[in-house]
Design a protein around this ligand. Structure first.
Ligand code: FMN
Length: 243
């Protein structure tokens, strides 16, 4: 089995926290579904409702990262790494890279006559593009190793060892009144971003998560296709049972 390469001599795994600040203790049974389902259904991509004026305490970012690192990794390699960018100059430079990389794409999408949910997404994405430097914290989830040369299983193990953790981070933010949006456009300038942030050559960035408190917390579930039409029972041509 191909797994992400482990820490190198120059990149030792950090010591484990003896007592995570938000250790909720052992699970005592089923969760409150009203709350957990709301968290899962309403963790949206937040762009226009990021509060660009309210500072984000480092402690809340670290608490969310501790929770994120409870996520699984292939062969338990625990090769997640996180670059948290708060320095205004570096955020501005990262935002500039994002705009250079994705600005034309976003403009072309905006001019392509989208309607409904797609138009709202592209308008929101354009707003983030213009204001990214003002978002108080940028988090770049990384994974030790490189994707080049891996086959389907290797790639699944590689990205599957960071994406669940990064999504847990976003859920933990939402539970605390903060928000983010999964973005990848800056990766078109991955090398420049790595140079800016001092990320070693053998480490892969997977996203750029702009982090801020949200303006209000009343996010709603998105329109999604009925799951009955996109899930298959036992084989690709069999519909799920009627329930
Ligand atoms: C792999 C991936 C890449 C994405 N890249 C970007 C991006 O570069 N910029 C952006 O504004 N949103 C990006 N998004 C956010 C999507 O546009 C968003 O998830 C989608 O429109 C659905 O909206 P929702 O997250 O609120 O349900 C990305 C999402 C994913 C999963």
């Amino acid at each position: 089995m191909t797994v992400p390469s482990g820490p190198t001599a120059n990149d030792p795994a950090p010591a484990h926290d003896p007592a995570p600040a938000h250790d909720p203790g052992p699970s005592e049974g089923p969760f409150d579904l009203e709350i957990t389902d709301r968290l899962l259904a309403t963790t949206r991509s937040v762009r226009r409702r990021l509060d660009l004026t309210r500072p984000v305490e480092p402690a809340v970012v670290l608490d969310c990262l501790r929770l994120a690192c409870q996520a699984p990794t292939a062969s338990n390699t625990q090769t997640w790494r996180w670059v948290v960018v708060t320095d205004p100059g570096r955020r501005a430079a990262l935002a500039e890279l994002y705009r250079e990389a994705g600005g034309a794409y976003l403009r072309q999408r905006a001019e392509s006559g989208l309607v409904g949910q797609d138009k709202r997404v592209v308008d929101s994405a354009a707003y983030l593009n213009d204001h990214l430097h003002e978002v108080p914290v940028h988090v770049v989830p990384c994974i030790v190793g490189r994707p080049e040369g891996r086959g389907p299983e290797g790639l699944a193990a590689f990205y599957g060892s960071i994406v669940p953790a990064a999504w847990s981070f976003m859920l933990a933010l939402r539970a605390r009144g903060l928000g983010s949006a999964w973005t990848t456009l800056h990766l078109r300038k991955e090398k420049e971003a790595a140079a800016l942030l001092g990320i070693p050559d053998d480490v892969t960035q997977v996203a750029l998560l702009p982090v801020a408190y949200t303006i209000g917390a009343d996010f709603r579930p998105a329109d999604r296709p009925p799951v009955e039409g996109i899930s298959f029972w036992d084989s690709w041509d069999s519909a799920p049972p009627a329930v």
